[in-house]
Design a protein around this ligand. Structure first.
Ligand code: PEP
Ligand code: MN
Length: 462
């Protein structure tokens, strides 16, 4: 069995080498039982309208260029694995609200614009460490775009069409939420005030919330009508996902109107995961040839040399905002392994030639004695703190955070204000893959990161 549709369409067979990846090792691809069906599906996906537009990707890149310069902060968050069933208005609203709530707190803390990017509207494919699921012996679940979580684990190409349709619908809803008043600054702040009032650790966050309240009151007193100001009403919201399924990403890769640049139009920002970032592999090759802002995950075994080689391959022209390096080292390793990587990349390519973003989730996953995959809130925060410490000591910009979260009050990560324990996890453990911060834990993280950003700015402006 193979995942390759057209083994003859390799290097040089298409303009700009967009099919060169077909000649390269491609890991984590589904083994479809019937390639004729895949061919049919890909034929359809090649003709459907794209989910995002090239000019939107370009605008995001300019926003990210500000992050790279240290003039903005990146907030990227959403599910580990979106599912078709959970792709509801309520589910999307909850995640967008959580991102907006976090963004208000971070904007204040950083005194900088926050670039908001959902792990949403396309996060339907998962790389897996093992082909077989330990607990059941079944083939591993690889995301709703590939197979069923509760049901048939045989990869079904038709699911790619559903992934496309669900992504397009989610993005449509996100676009509406960006301008329909959902992002009203005062309303979002009111939710945060309610959170602070009800959280057992609310007193910890009260001061910052009151500072924001005072800032809003000051603006009103100056005669600024917040409810009529576009900047406090509408927001820019972007989508992102791991570009894992090569046939899917290739089918949605299109040229812009000038015909000069190809974009992966499945989402605004696409990233390569820790398991697929082989320098000479198919994923890095394909993404090196599209003009989107892109990300690459770096785990604790990454050497400084590999990090630099990846940066040079993915962003040889050093285009501002093009490349985000998403580091996920683990709370115990970040302070030791991150500095040489940052130092090496910045020394060779110049300061701020990539964005440094902290994923404090994937290096901190554990399993409880009662069999739940979890992450402790304190470990997550410890990695973020380590990330800030490293960048403070190197004089580089701690550019952003990348988190797995949901707007629902799930019980998947332990710790936090409610001090969730391993025993509590059974209450509402709903993730299809990795454990997510719930709405309250996400806000706690935002308040704590806002404090770190305030401290970082106080140091650099001195
Ligand atoms: C993920 O983001 O869900 C993931 C699998 O991350 P990583 O590639 O960093 O392991
Ligand atoms: Mn994950």
């Amino acid at each position: 069995m193979t995942h390759l549709l057209d083994p003859t369409a390799g290097a040089g067979s298409s303009r700009d080498g967009l099919d060169a990846w077909r000649d390269l090792p491609a890991v984590q691809q589904p083994s479809y039982p019937d390639l004729a069906v895949l061919k049919d599906v890909i034929g359809t996906l090649t003709t459907v309208p794209p989910i995002v537009q090239p000019h939107e990707c370009d605008i995001l890149r300019t926003r990210l260029a500000a992050v790279a310069r240290g003039e903005a902060f990146l907030l990227q968050g959403g599910d580990c694995a979106e599912t078709f069933d959970a792709n509801t208005a309520e589910g999307i609203r909850g995640k967008v609200r959580t991102l907006l709530q976090m963004a208000v707190v971070l904007t204040y803390g950083a005194s900088l614009p926050v670039v908001k990017v959902g792990r949403m509207a396309g996060q339907y494919a998962k790389p897996r460490s093992s082909d077989v699921e330990g607990s059941t012996g079944l083939p591993s679940y690889r995301g709703d775009a590939v197979n069923e979580l509760h049901g048939n684990r045989t990869p079904d190409p038709q699911r790619l069409i559903r992934a496309y349709a669900n992504s397009a619908a989610a993005l449509n809803f996100m676009r509406a939420m960006a301008t329909d008043g959902s992002a009203d600054l005062e309303k979002v702040h009111d939710w945060n005030t309610a959170f602070v009032a009800s959280s057992p650790l609310g007193h910890r966050y009260e001061e910052l919330a009151q500072d924001i309240e005072r800032a809003l009151a000051f603006m009103r007193a100056c005669g600024l009508d917040l409810s009529s100001m576009p900047a406090t009403q509408g927001v820019e919201l972007y989508s992102s996902h791991e570009a894992l399924l090569l046939e899917y990403e290739r089918a949605l890769t299109r040229y812009d109107e000038s015909g000069e640049r190809a974009f992966a139009l499945s989402g605004h920002l696409v990233w390569v995961g820790e398991r697929t970032r082989d320098l000479d592999g198919a994923h890095i090759d394909l993404l090196s040839r599209v003009a989107n802002p892109i990300g690459v995950k770096l785990g604790p075994t990454t050497t400084p040399e590999v990090a630099l080689a990846l940066a040079e391959k993915l962003d040889p022209l050093r285009v501002p905002g093009r490349l985000t390096m998403i580091t996920r080292m683990g709370a115990g390793r970040v302070r030791e392994v991150l500095p040489p990587i940052v130092r090496h990349v910045e020394a060779a390519r110049g300061k701020g030639s990539v964005i440094w973003c902290c994923d404090p989730m994937h290096g901190n996953t554990t399993e409880t004695a009662n069999g739940y995959k979890t992450r402790h809130f304190d470990d997550v925060m410890s990695e973020v703190r380590g990330f800030f410490e490293v960048h403070a000591s190197l004089g580089t910009h701690p550019g952003g955070v990348h988190v797995e979260l949901t707007g629902d009050e799930v019980t998947e990560c332990t710790g936090g204000a409610y001090e969730l324990t391993a025993e509590d996890l059974a209450g509402r453990y709903e993730t299809a893959c990795d454990p997510r911060l719930n709405n309250g834990q996400s806000l706690e993280l935002a308040f704590l990161v806002a404090e770190m950003l305030q401290a970082a700015r106080a140091t650099t402006s001195r």
